[in-house]
Ligand binder design. Structure first.
Ligand SMILES: [Zn+2]
Length: 101
């Protein structure tokens, strides 16, 4: 299921971080979801999830999401937050015409 879509990766350049209230534009990348459901999205050992399951995150929030997955007490909450950011990113990409129906 894992699929690399270069257009989605390139689209992360010059975006603002999708986290509400952040607004950072430095170092924003397509941060691939890395939470507890990653196997369902094509992720695994050494494999990133499908490029559609990513979010535009600044370095700080990218780090926060990736490290939050390692906290056993908070990993489900972190997963839900990361998925929320991924959905916001999909809506943004649709509104920008990068994802078309
Ligand atoms: Zn941010």
């Amino acid at each position: 299921m894992s699929q690399k879509i270069q257009k989605l990766r390139d689209a992360a350049r010059d975006q603002t971080c999708i986290v509400p209230g952040c607004g950072c534009t430095v170092g924003v990348v397509l941060a691939h979801y890395s939470g507890v459901r990653r196997l369902s999205f094509g992720g695994g050992l050494g494999a990133k999830v499908h490029d559609l399951i990513g979010s535009h995150l600044c370095q700080s929030h990218h780090y926060e999401m990736d490290t939050g997955n390692r906290d056993k007490d908070k990993r489900w909450e972190n997963s839900e937050t990361f998925e929320f950011y991924c959905l916001l990113t999909i809506i943004r990409l649709y509104e920008q015409g990068i994802i078309k129906v």
